[in-house]
Design a protein around this ligand. Structure first.
Ligand code: SF4
Length: 495
């Protein structure tokens, strides 16, 4: 219960209270909660049920920020530590003209500072998923489903990662009720760092979770590739040319062939006469050697020799040593050509073992990144100022810092306040939902007091942080991770 929650309900007849914190306008009986489970009727009072979360900068004796060990943290406030009020548990004001639930003042580095704190209701929101894998997840534009409903689509593949775009207003509110609810459930779980099952039409089944390795068709991904096949040839050329006459790095994007590649030319290696399938782009770089899939290097190849088109008897020779390897080093095979120039599998010789190991060593752990993306629209901005466009300009001019749960956000160039935030930098369970359906996310706007007054802020609503904290019965502290900038510090464009 949060007894500093601004009154958003009208006492109804009997023991029912009416919540007007969102357009659903729940009538809540005593001892029950509303449709979103965020508000409840406690002894006839409407209360925000979750604790108000503050983030604190906890310093050790010599001033260094204490590493964030959340498993050892009991949520109590640390006396004297710099404190920032997040939007988590703060509540929402609706309709738009009302000031945000909390507008707090504090002094930071001698500057009077204001933070406007709220939980925004976002129908226009979604997540961008970066899944570190070369495995084929499905065709670009294919529908991504959760509980059988379309909740997003596959978008462009990036370097070593496959990208999904989920949510958005069309899936949340533009389709059937079932589609909207499935979309909202998937977004909520992903943003709260939980594992979510997804399927891609014509592609894979996935289990994804922020900060964890993706599981593709039941197989947990281990490594992100070191580079494309061509880059892998370039990086390791010198290290393997003593130990192999030809190296083919199998990759769905660009398969690399050592002796034809510029790296091989520089090292003056002898042509091997082994021609791979696919379309030659430039010397030693081949596109489309196979179909995309879950095999070697994101192709459907399980037998690497299947990508060899021909071996030229005028150039190749018996005894030629051939290494075939994937872009993560996970798949590799070694062959020696017999007297008929047929590749015969052999154990990997000791000299090549370390080089294959070096490829693996240079691959970063595969993980799933979840970025929440949303537009801070009318109700949010009107809760900050009576003249919302001034807030937008102030954000763009870096006078106002935007944070989500105290975590830094990236604000897109162009109109509006369209932001992205890495959910792993936010406190646990930062997100909620309302059944319109829409996601509820914490958002804070911080700026110097004179600038707040100049942009037409609700100056009469400003209260000292200490007074707000004193008035709140349930509050929880979350140590600011040391790699998050302190929300009250001056900002630059990269944070
Ligand atoms: S869904 Fe939640 S926020 Fe909306 S009116 Fe009901 S209890 Fe209030």
């Amino acid at each position: 219960m949060n007894d500093a929650t601004p009154k958003t309900a009208e006492q109804d007849e009997g023991e029912i209270v009416r919540c007007d914190a969102c357009p659903v306008i729940c009538r809540i009986r005593k001892g029950r909660s509303g449709a979103c489970d965020r508000y409840g009727n406690v002894d006839g009072e409407l209360v925000r049920l979750d604790p108000l979360v503050v983030t604190q900068q906890v310093a050790a004796e010599k001033g260094a920020v204490v590493p964030f060990l959340k498993e050892h943290w009991d949520g109590s406030l640390v006396a004297g530590a710099p404190t920032f009020l997040t939007g988590i548990g703060s509540g929402t004001t609706y309709p738009d003209y009302k000031p945000a639930p909390f507008i707090v003042s504090t002094q930071h580095r001698g500057v009077d500072t204001v933070t406007v704190v709220t939980e925004g209701i976002f129908s226009y929101c979604g997540v961008k998923l970066k899944i570190d894998t070369d495995r084929y997840l499905g065709p670009e534009q294919a529908a991504v489903r959760h509980e059988g409903e379309a909740v997003g689509h596959v978008t462009t593949a990036e370097y070593g990662s496959q990208m999904l775009s989920l949510g958005g207003v069309h899936h949340l509110t533009g389709g059937s009720k079932k589609e909207g609810n499935a979309t909202c459930a998937a977004l909520l779980a992903l943003c709260n760092k939980q594992a979510v099952e997804l399927t891609v039409d014509g592609g894979s089944a996935l289990i994804v979770q922020a900060g964890k390795p993706p599981i593709v068709d039941g197989k947990q991904e281990q490594r992100m590739r070191v580079g494309c096949g061509s880059a892998t040839i370039g990086i390791f050329a010198k290290q393997w040319h003593e130990h192999a006459d030809e190296v083919i790095v199998v990759d769905d994007h660009i398969t690399g062939v050592f002796t034809e590649h510029q790296a091989g030319k520089y090292l003056d290696v002898r042509a091997a006469g082994i021609r791979v399938r696919g379309r030659r782009s430039t010397p030693g770089r081949y596109f489309q050697v196979a179909n995309p899939g879950s095999g070697w290097g994101g192709t459907d190849v399980t037998d690497p020799l299947s990508i060899i088109d021909r071996i030229d008897p005028k150039t190749a020779w018996p005894g030629l040593r051939l290494l075939m390897v994937s872009t993560t080093g996970e798949d590799h095979a070694y062959f020696v050509l017999d007297e008929n120039l047929v590749p015969v599998a052999q154990p990997l010789p000791p000299g090549l073992n370390p080089v294959v190991g070096r490829i693996e060593e240079n691959c970063e752990p595969a993980m799933t990144s979840v970025l929440f993306m949303a537009g801070a629209g009318g109700s949010l901005r009107a809760g900050v100022t009576e003249n919302p466009v001034r807030l937008t300009r102030s954000v763009r001019e870096l006078v106002t810092r935007v944070t989500c749960g105290g975590a830094p956000v990236y604000v897109w160039p162009g109109g509006g306040i369209t932001l992205m935030v890495d959910v792993t930098r936010m406190p646990e369970n930062s997100f909620g939902y309302v059944p319109t359906p829409a996601l509820v996310a914490p958002i804070e706007f911080t700026l110097p007091l004179p600038d707040y007054e100049a942009l037409g802020g609700h100056s009469g609503e400003v209260k000292p942080l200490e007074a707000v904290l004193e008035a709140v019965a349930r509050r929880q502290s979350w140590p600011q991770p040391s790699d998050n900038p302190w929300p009250l510090d001056p900002q630059d464009r990269l944070t």
